[in-house]
Design a binder for this molecule. Structure first.
Ligand code: NAD
Ligand code: TYD
Length: 329
């Protein structure tokens, strides 16, 4: 297949590109925002086109001749969406719309939208199925839900073969350190404090990134057009437990934990039923204990990857977001 993979200079998209590049002809379209890095594609046989999914001319040129499109391109951090929603609307709503129109006009056979469990909102007990109503809480998840709905509309109205993959919280190598796990791993390695929002009893369903990448490819090849597929991790865990495990893996003690002001509108718990994707033959291969250890080892061994980030844009973001909460020392 000739694949157009958008946003693949980021965390999950580059893992997916690594999985499929040997067997398929892959073009990557990526805007190279603060989260997109050429280095993430080092050693992978793909063509990288620098450009935005909201730019119709760039999209048409990159998509010409593609059999399928896999859209990872996103602003992916909830806290940044709370600070300002505009880039989220631009990429998730306008950008997804531009991709869908081009896919229809160019006769692309398959379009896969990478989405998130967050479109369903929070759930106290039990798990969301694909039939659960969308009830997003943050500007991030609201704009992701809008992108999902545009995919459904393009299937319903124009017959475009769209499929949606809704993943739970991913973790693993090459995740930008604004997210809980890499942020805490790097802070722990440096002996810095680990900021825990509120009481830290929020629950996330952790999915190793390679497991998500495999599920996405399976749904691309075998999913029913017009359908969504939930992809949940095998283990759920409270944030405080995540942070304690990281401290144990880095030989640090719990005095580094700092409870800080909670995120506004913070979803308490996410949980997905993955029965539908299991019926296609998917199963998560990596449990949290093993995946977290592998992730900590990767960050410990790959300072070249995170050092430029920690001294660049991230530093300003970190000061802005945590400076007051964590204070000096
Ligand atoms: P990321 O922030 O690491 O990477 C996003 C990539 O998209 C970057 O390379 C960035 O440069 C690119 N990009 C951003 N805006 C763009 C635009 N307008 N045009 C072209 N490229 C653009 O994100 P990630 O964690 O790899 O997430 C990938 C996808 O998976 C997103 O759609 C996200 O919503 C979804 N998702 C993420 C998680 C998670 O835990 N990280 C879980 C479920 C679903
Ligand atoms: P995050 O990695 O931002 O993913 P998401 O918001 O998509 O779930 O956050 C995971 C959980 O960790 C979430 O409950 C918020 C919490 N969290 C903290 O407690 N401290 C932090 O510094 C960050 C970034 C997140």
């Amino acid at each position: 297949m000739k694949l157009l993979v958008t946003g693949a200079a980021g965390f999950i998209g580059s893992t997916y590109a690594r999985l499929v590049a040997d067997e398929h002809d892959v073009t990557v379209l990526d805007k190279l925002t603060y989260a997109g890095r050429r280095e993430n594609l080092d050693g992978i046989a793909v063509e990288l086109v620098e450009g935005a999914i909201e730019d119709p001319a760039v999209v048409r040129e990159a998509m010409e001749g593609a059999d399928a499109v896999v859209n990872f391109a996103a602003e992916s951090h909830v806290d940044r969406s709370i600070a300002g929603q505009d880039p989220f609307t631009l990429t998730h709503v306008i950008g997804t719309g531009v991709l869908l129109e081009a896919a229809r006009e160019l006769g692309v056979s398959r379009y896969l939208q990478v989405s998130t469990d967050e479109v369903y909102g929070s759930i106290e007990s039990g798990s969301f199925t694909e039939e659960s109503p969308l009830d997003p809480s943050s500007p991030y998840s609201a704009t992701k839900a809008a992108g999902d709905l545009l995919c459904c509309a393009h299937h319903h109205t124009y017959g475009l073969e769209t499929v949606i993959c809704r993943g739970s919280n991913n973790y693993g190598p090459r995740q930008y350190p604004e997210k809980l796990i890499p942020l805490c791993v790097l802070n722990a390695l440096h002996g810095d404090r680990l900021p825990v929002y509120g009481d830290g009893r929020q629950v996330r369903n952790w999915l190793y990134v390679e497991d998500f990448a495999r599920a996405i490819h399976l749904v691309l090849e075998r999913g029913d057009p017009g359908r969504a597929y939930n992809v949940g991790g095998p283990d759920e865990c409270e944030n405080l437990d995540v942070v304690r495990r990281i401290l144990a893996l880095t030989d640090r003690d719990e005095s580094l934990i700092e409870h800080v002001t909670d995120r506004p509108g913070h979803d308490r718990r996410y949980s997905l039923s993955s029965d539908r994707v299991r019926e296609l033959g998917w199963e998560a291969a990596t449990h949290f204990a093993e995946g977290l250890e592998r992730t900590v080892d990767w960050y410990r061994d790959n300072e070249w990857w995170w050092e430029p980030i920690r001294s660049g844009e991230y530093r300003a973001y970190y000061e802005r977001h945590y400076g007051q909460a964590l204070g000096p020392g």
